[in-house]
Design a binder for this molecule. Structure first.
Ligand code: C5P
Length: 374
């Protein structure tokens, strides 16, 4: 997975690693012979462990056992990983995996605190079924999450110091405790944009309507339900902090039921017509705020592509950049998306691709535009 993410890899084994994984398998997936011993003349001749330690931009020790943590916390350099860690100035990521009792043991926790104080980044284990047959905490962090954490730390950070606010998902406009108005947005594109902004080094807050999605690594999420609540939370953030970029991706319901019933109405008593009230426009309101975000990227989902009209509509709300989804391609609730991005000076056609790839490409284009116009 790291290679697929663009990394070049060298693998070094801890003393007992080859009892679990064949070195040849690690060679096949990494593309290089896996180093197995600190004192092998042949291996040292090919690339000595000091050169290997200097070569790396980052060290990932995964999985690291309770014993491995104890050795590292002591600075012991008598095995290959220990020697490499001491000889390297690169950031160190530790992904512990062990039995629950070993994980919770005061000695392990003390070693972890020491290693964190020494600057290591601890990739906290999750809970689940463990190799020892028990269920509990101590399970290696999910692999996708490990890759995300490394990517966050190592990717170039052109947006370092930026404050980014992303709205995502649908809103739910309650009518009674069970019924309400909403739409088919899944939140996937907004969540992908939040992740891509965090990868660029920004501090990202994701204000999300109801979705089933996990919060992207490195992103702060605030869950909301209705459009009014989404506006209130966003206004609070905009007024408290200098937002550099608002990415308004939420599919905000345009209307809400005019009155909210506190009890579920029996079927026979439902009115034939539902009175609606217009929701506030979140982008427009934030744009008109004295503390308005420095830049705004807004989305328009159209079932009939009239680009000029859609761009004019988003500009009227205060958007600097317009991202147009063509709903005929089925953007809502799907895994892939295609977008036309329009800035005051340029237009880009981003072809159908997974939503995260699309988010990265889109933010990459904003990069030059925002940099230039400041
Ligand atoms: O007018 P339309 O709903 O197509 O505009 C879409 C854009 O406006 C999106 O960026 C959406 O997040 C935002 N919007 C909003 N508040 C609303 C409706 C839409 O901020 N009440």
């Amino acid at each position: 997975m790291l290679r697929a993410a663009g990394a070049e890899l060298r693998v070094a084994l801890s003393p007992h690693a080859s009892d679990f994984v064949a070195p040849l398998a690690l060679q096949a997936v990494s593309g290089h012979a896996a180093r197995q011993s600190l004192f092998s003349p042949a291996e040292e001749a090919a690339m000595d462990h000091i050169a290997l330690a200097r070569w790396a931009d980052a060290l990932l020790y995964a999985p690291v056992s309770a014993a491995g943590l104890a050795r590292l916390a002591q600075g012991l350099a008598e095995d290959l990983p220990g020697a490499i860690v001491l000889a390297s100035r690169a950031p160190l990521f530790l992904a512990p995996a062990m039995n629950t009792a070993m994980w919770e043991h005061p000695a392990t926790q003390r070693n972890l605190r020491q290693l964190a104080a020494d600057g290591a980044q601890i990739l906290e284990p999750g809970s689940g079924s463990l190799a020892c047959g028990e269920t509990g905490s101590g399970r290696l962090m999910e692999l996708e999450q490990i890759v995300d954490r490394l990517r966050l730390a190592l990717a170039p950070h052109p947006w370092l110091g930026w404050r980014v606010l992303v709205t995502a998902g649908p809103t739910w406009e309650a009518w009674d405790p069970v019924r309400g108005l909403s739409n088919r947005a899944s939140g996937r594109q907004g969540y992908a944009l939040a992740q891509a902004a965090a990868e660029r080094g920004a501090r990202v807050t994701l204000v999300s309507g109801p979705t089933c999605l996990p919060c992207p690594t490195g992103v702060e999420r605030i869950a909301v339900t209705s459009a009014q609540e989404m506006l209130q939370v966003c206004q609070g953030l905009v007024q408290r902090e200098n937002i550099d970029l608002l990415i308004a991706n939420a599919a905000v319901a345009d209307h809400r039921p005019a009155t909210i019933l506190t009890h579920k109405q029996p079927k026979q008593e439902l009115p034939a017509q539902l009175a609606l009230a217009a929701n506030p426009d979140i982008v427009k309101t934030l744009h008109e705020d004295p503390q308005a975000p420095r830049r705004i990227l807004a989305f328009a989902a159209e079932t009939h592509a009239d680009e000029e009209r859609a761009v004019a509509k988003l500009r009227a709300k205060g958007a600097d950049f317009a991202a147009l989804n063509d709903l005929r391609g089925g953007a809502m609730g799907t895994e892939e998306n295609a977008i036309v991005l329009v800035s005051p000076r340029q237009r880009w056609v981003l072809p159908r691709q997974p939503k995260l790839d699309l988010a990265r490409a889109l933010l990459h284009h904003l990069d030059s535009e925002i940099g230039e116009s400041d």
